[in-house]
Design a binder for this molecule. Structure first.
Ligand code: CA
Length: 364
């Protein structure tokens, strides 16, 4: 008997069994009862924005593929369904089921959210993941978002960012005084205390602002993203390290009711997709950044500079002051800060004899 005949024979037998009412159980009972759903994902990024908007697209694709199409996700960029700053509320009230952004956007909702995104002199990507997944961070994050009917999850990480683009050298703290720099969030507050003027220019407007002199300096992400924006055409000194964003975490968050209405297997799939997206963004940027940096230096003749140690030391002092003030503003923010700080201090002690010691040894 040929393979085709064998197969046909089996199908015929199966059809006969089905006709007789003996339908074989194909999958879990949950799958039979739960019809495919169409979800909306609203994002704080312009549609297909390199690295971030594309990270949101990737998460949507993962959810669709991993669920076998049982959850379809349509992604909306900034202003397509709601504006960037309305994403949190839109998912909270159920206009969309998923949001994609970075938690620092929601500091007006609760000051504690800032510890889940970008903290000056905070944790690296690896340390953030350790704290969030296995150090109590995610439980606290859920506690902060729970009153809004949202369930958060990390969904990407940039790794250590670059310090930014400048048209003059930064030799001392004096050089930061009066400097008008695009640097958002807590890092911006630190710059302000160092005498600078932080501005919150949206990503897409950085290049013209820097080129026209409307701003003196700007940070963005790292070599790969910065090269894509052409920032090297508007400034010649490229500073490191990104003290203000050492492991910026992207987030996704789900409308709690929509998430909990899913069968258990789909809930697990959605959260596993977020975990996969979290790893993928960091891996993607790690793979691309070094080649982009080489291109910036060798092809575009960008001048790479390290911030002087005394400048970094002062910025770190100011950062600690800013973080302590955020913590003092609210009991839950204090609880999150204390967990964050304890984990950072422990991770620093461990990484002093592991990552730091090894990376230093590799350079000998
Ligand atoms: Ca940045």
């Amino acid at each position: 008997m040929s393979e085709a005949m064998n197969r046909r024979g089996f199908l015929t037998a199966a059809a006969g069994a089905a006709a007789a009412g003996m339908v074989a159980p194909e999958a879990g009972a949950g799958e039979e009862k739960f019809p495919p759903v169409q979800w909306k994902m609203v994002t704080t990024w312009p549609k297909n924005f390199p690295g971030l908007g594309t990270g949101a697209n990737h998460l949507a694709e993962l959810i669709q593929t991993m669920s076998g199409g049982r959850i379809k996700v349509k992604v909306y960029g900034d202003k397509e369904l709601v504006g960037a700053f309305e994403v949190f509320d839109a998912v909270s009230r159920g206009t969309a089921e998923i949001g994609h952004g970075a938690a620092y956007y929601w500091k007006g909702k609760h000051p504690a959210v800032q510890f889940f995104a970008a903290v000056p002199f905070g944790m690296t990507a690896q340390e953030m993941n350790g704290w969030i997944y296995h150090g109590g961070g995610l439980e606290l994050w859920k506690e902060v978002y729970a009153p809004f009917g949202l369930v958060p999850a990390p969904a990407g990480n940039t790794g250590v960012q670059m310090g930014g683009w400048f048209n003059k050298e930064i030799r001392s703290l004096e050089d930061l005084k009066g400097l008008k720099m695009r640097i958002p969030g807590l890092g911006g507050e630190v710059l302000k205390r160092a005498g600078g003027t932080p501005v919150n220019t949206p990503g897409g407007e950085i290049f013209p602002a820097l080129q026209s002199g409307a701003i003196d300096a700007s940070e963005w992400v790292g070599p790969y993203n910065d090269l894509a924006f052409g920032l090297h055409k508007a400034a010649k000194f490229y500073y490191y390290p990104g003290w203000h964003e050492p492991g910026t975490t992207m987030e996704c968050f789900f409308n709690k009711k929509a998430l909990e209405a899913l069968p258990k297997d789909l809930q697990a799939i959605v959260l596993a997709a977020a975990q996969a997206a979290n790893l993928d963004m960091l891996s993607d940027l790690t793979a691309r950044n070094h080649a982009a940096l080489e291109q910036l230096i060798n092809v575009h003749k960008v001048q790479l500079r390290k911030f002087p140690d005394d400048v970094l030391r002062r910025l770190k002092q100011l950062s600690n002051e800013v973080l302590a003030e955020v913590a003092a503003s609210d009991p839950l923010a204090k609880k999150v800060y204390e967990s964050f700080k304890a984990f950072r201090d422990q991770a620093a002690a461990w990484h002093r004899v592991s990552e730091l010691a090894y990376l230093t040894a590799r350079e000998l």
